[in-house]
Design a protein around this ligand. Structure first.
Ligand SMILES: *Cc1c(COP(=O)(O)O)cnc(C)c1O
Length: 385
């Protein structure tokens, strides 16, 4: 059984649970993304919500990438850790006045607008400040991302984005305003998408929609296709980096850009998921009626994805080479959904063995809570441990 390599001796001195980030793997991932997009009119806006740990943000910002934010505080955090305002895209269905004003005051790259009332509100607030807001219309392309229902966002009846029939009204608001500048169009069809044909369909839909805009006299300078590229949660040791080459090739092939157009990507999970691991210790091994439970000191308060989306994370006992034993790995939280995985084969475990929950770098640390009055997990980095 191939397992990840971890500095176990160093872990011994640390209180569990904690997040451990492999900075070398993060760099390798960022290097590939950079290589695949440089010399093309492609721009990356890292989706801050996947992981907003300051160290991680600084690493990503150092590559010159932009940011995708979904709250005013994310905009402020992106600025604080080195993302330039002119590369910040701001999405979200419920932007408040305070949040819109943060974007206006900092002259961000774009407001990705999700409803007609929001468009009118941005116009009103921009007018108050005597500014012009760059807006991109987030359209629901009605493309099925073939992913979990909680992370599908591109279907018609959905709280996110504008529907196709809203386009004329949106264009009318923009044309009549002296404070709105239409820079383009935005999509985000969902997350953890591993079937690349969903992105092909998105490209085809874009070309149809572009024609509609052009017929109404509107040109689209920026095309933002959102994020959503999935990673391999099953095999973190064999496939630690998403297939960015194949991903970008889809857009190159199916989305022919016109002169002067730029293509924007808001990748989150695929950038940071693999480099993060939640490290935990075994508290008890408990024999049930017909199965064994491994009770560990990490719970859904430290990593909620399994409880929230039935998400799978590969788990390893990194302290033991003992015979393989079947376990349900569970946390200590007083909720029946506090289960990391059922019926998994692990090296036989003993109290205090270290358990690695892999691919936890995205939507992990950002979603921690203090439910049950728990401590928040700390984070450590491979190059400074
Ligand atoms: C969450 C989100 C992303 C990032 O999605 P990933 O699946 O993590 O790549 C990009 N754009 C928007 C608007 C989002 O809400």
């Amino acid at each position: 059984m191939i397992k990840g390599t971890f500095p176990i001796k160093k872990f011994d001195a640390l209180e569990t649970p904690f997040y451990y980030y492999d900075i070398e793997l993060l760099h390798k991932t960022l290097d590939i993304i950079k290589k695949e997009t440089e010399n093309k009119p492609y721009h990356i806006h890292y989706a801050i919500k996947a992981n907003s740990n300051p160290r991680i943000l600084k690493e990503i910002a150092a590559y010159g990438f932009g940011a995708d934010c979904v709250s005013g505080n994310e905009v402020l955090r992106a600025l604080e850790y080195g993302f330039p305002a002119e590369k910040i895209a701001f999405a979200g269905v419920g932007k408040t006045d305070r949040e819109i004003n943060i974007g206006l005051d900092n002259d961000i790259f774009s407001f990705n607008v999700e409803s007609l009332p929001e468009l009118a509100r941005i116009d009103f607030l921009a007018k108050q400040k005597g500014k012009t807001a760059n807006v991109a219309l987030r359209i629901n392309p009605n493309v099925d991302a073939h992913t979990h229902k909680y992370i599908t966002t591109g279907l018609t009846e959905n709280k996110f984005g504008l529907n196709e029939q809203d386009i004329p009204a949106a264009l009318q608001i923009i044309t009549q305003s002296a404070h709105l500048s239409l820079i383009g169009i935005h999509f985000h069809i969902g997350s953890q998408i591993t079937d690349l044909s969903s992105f092909e369909n998105l490209c085809v839909r874009f070309l149809e929609l572009q024609q509609q805009f052009n017929e109404k006299g509107a040109t689209l300078k920026t095309i933002n296709v959102g994020g959503g590229l999935g990673i391999n949660y099953q095999h973190p040791n064999h496939c630690p980096i998403a297939d960015f080459e194949a991903y970008f090739r889809v857009f190159e092939k199916y989305l022919k850009l016109q002169d002067g157009q730029t293509l924007h990507f808001e990748l989150g999970r695929s950038v940071v998921a693999s480099c993060g691991t939640l490290i935990s210790r075994v508290i008890y091994e408990k024999q049930g009626v017909s199965k064994k439970f491994l009770i560990i000191d990490a719970g859904m308060t430290d990593l909620i994805r399994p409880a929230l989306y039935q998400a799978f994370h590969h788990i390893e006992n990194i302290s033991s080479d003992g015979g393989l034993t079947k376990y349900d790995v569970v946390g200590p939280i007083c909720e029946s959904s506090d289960v990391f995985v059922k019926d998994i084969w692990l090296n036989e475990a003993q109290r205090n063995n270290l358990i690695a929950i892999r691919s936890a770098g995205a939507y992990g640390e950002v979603m921690v809570s203090q439910y049950n009055c728990r401590e928040l997990p700390k984070s450590y980095f491979s190059d400074t441990l």
